[in-house]
Design a protein around this ligand. Structure first.
Ligand code: AMP
Ligand code: MN
Ligand code: MN
Ligand code: MN
Length: 278
């Protein structure tokens, strides 16, 4: 079973339109695809139609931006959600609503260090104006010749602690998991290896709170994970009785560590999250 349950279309910060992304997944042997745009379900209908045309299984997904604790951003993926669920849609609309003001603050910070007009530049790369994010600033700064590639832009300007980083309040953890469950979906901790801001104790508390809120799964295989990360989070899944998920986090050919559909397999003793998906 080649499941890829984490990827992005141009409806958030991916490079391909939803139908083109579904075609690429199918061409790379995906049997079950979830589109998981950031804070947005606007691409799932098109991706679902294309998947149906290709005879590929598809579930609607979303990756919700969450603020945890004082000021840590974590991502919670929802899989198999009803994309028309009113509470989920209203919650996501609220989260998206903060992005424009945040983009203005990012641009103002970049302006202070001499990078002018980045808001207009980033907007040209944001196909969905409501979903402007750091990746769009990064693409603009690459296109303008300020940096060689998107990773370098994050390293120099956009990552936490860099001049263009601004803190922001996203959804709450309980709230995001509640929206996903209310919409009939399964909540998944996205790319857990990326949360190095949390100490081991804080990460364990985060997992406790995620489970208490109704969260059921963790990405064991993720685009950003090393083999050691994979083994560590396989152990977490076993210890905490979490379902295991697997996803490339594909954004585009030039930007992603792992191609869509080319994730490593899950350890065979884990219970895959897709055993619970339609
Ligand atoms: P945002 O939701 O606007 O904070 O943007 C988060 C997105 O930025 C992630 O989903 C990635 O697409 C991208 N991103 C974050 N960190 C990096 C990085 N170090 N290199 C490249 N892209 C990154
Ligand atoms: Mn992204
Ligand atoms: Mn993410
Ligand atoms: Mn993602």
């Amino acid at each position: 079973m080649n499941a890829d349950l984490h990827c992005h279309s141009a409806i958030s910060d991916g490079c391909l339109e939803p139908a083109a992304l579904a075609r690429r997944a199918h061409a790379h042997g995906v049997d079950l695809l979830a589109l998981t745009d950031h804070d947005e379900l606007g691409g799932v209908a098109e991706a679902a139609r294309e998947a149906a045309r290709l005879g590929m299984r598809f579930v609607a997904g979303v990756e919700i931006s969450v603020s945890y604790g004082e000021d840590t951003t974590v991502h919670i993926v929802g899989l198999g959600v009803d994309p028309l669920d009113p509470t989920l849609c209203a919650g996501l609309a609220r989260v998206r609503g903060g992005r424009d003001g945040r983009a203005r603050r990012i641009a103002a910070e970049l302006d202070r260090i001499g990078l002018r007009d980045t808001l207009a530049g980033a907007r040209r790369f944001a196909r969905n104006p409501a979903m402007i994010g750091r990746a769009h600033f990064a693409r603009h700064l690459v296109a303008s010749g300020a940096m060689p590639d998107v990773n370098a832009v994050f390293d120099h300007y956009l990552a936490r602690g860099k001049p263009g980083f601004v803190s922001h309040r996203w959804a709450g953890l309980e709230e995001a998991v509640g929206w996903i469950r209310g919409a009939g979906g399964i909540a998944v901790i996205a790319h857990p290896a990326r949360y190095h801001r949390l100490s081991t104790a804080a990460f364990n508390r985060f997992v406790d709170e995620f489970i208490a809120a109704g969260g059921e799964a963790v990405e064991v295989v993720a685009g950003a994970h090393t083999q050691a990360d994979m083994l560590r989070f396989a152990t977490l899944a076993r210890r905490r009785g979490l379902l295991a998920s697997r996803g490339s986090d594909f954004h585009g050919e030039a930007e992603s560590a792992v191609e869509i559909g080319r994730c490593n397999p899950l350890p065979p003793d884990l219970v895959p999250v897709w055993s619970r998906l339609p």
